[in-house]
Write a protein of this length. Sequence first.
Length: 320
Amino acid sequence: MGQNKKNFVAVRTQYYKKGAAQEVLAHGYRKHSNSPNVVEKYTPYNFGMRYQSLDDCMTQYKEASGRRPQEKMNVLFEHVVVFSEDQFKERKPGKKEFDECMQRYIKAIHADFGFKPMGYELHLDEGHTDEKTGKFKRNIHAHVYFFNYDFKNKKAPLRDLRKKGKDENGKTLPLNHNFVKMQDLAAMAFKPLGFRRGISQGKRNRKHLDKYTYVVSKKLSEIINRYDKVRRLVHNLDKDITAKKLKLKEKEERLTEYQDLEELHNTKIQPMLLAFDKLEEAFKSGQDYEEQLNNFKKIQSEITEKDLRKAGRRIKKLEI
């Protein structure tokens, strides 16, 4: 299993409505950073390509369809292409050859599914320091952005893309063939750099895993899916704390409660997020995930989703 993971390339996708999309793009293009895993001294090594902004795409959408995107429309389709650190270090691709591979992937997605390319950014500044070795372990990944509209066929591809489809017996397929194909396209695009396809999660891969590993892997997937939502909730909480603290500088008597919330954030929430990021990285790489799972469970037991919601309500009740 470890041998298959040392040079993997894998794709995770997510889609966002306009408000959340702006925040996602700001993070990807490093307009701001509030992630504890970003090491700013490495940020200058990030690079990418921007084709069109979200505002430009929405203007084109209005011109093509005669109306603005509805509030409920998922306008941004994000691909997070994850690369094995081992292979990246060994191959050391230059900007030009990496860009050629990435553009091959972007063009393939556009040709097969119709999404409008917006750009990408390779992140080389995220990761964590190994407590045992003291070395910085990078979580190497690229954020690839598409606008959810096929201007040629005049439709939003995501609507059909999320359907898994059925087999010859009429049963729903265990894996969505569209997302399986995206994994294949990533493997083909980055093959010149020595990367190979990561193993898909699903029933057809049970033969690759012993029973114990499969059960652990499934539990990890459930945790990651749940805490993706929690991470967004924490992000909103973090923004509220920062904004309201600035407005309360002249009202010292009100700072105490915000300081309590800030302490909660610094002592419990941030460690939980860091442990979650380490767990997610271990899950993707197939290494040390049992150790990271135990560490995450220990930290997570100290702060629940109920506590986060309660903190959010406390902030909303405080009037400026």
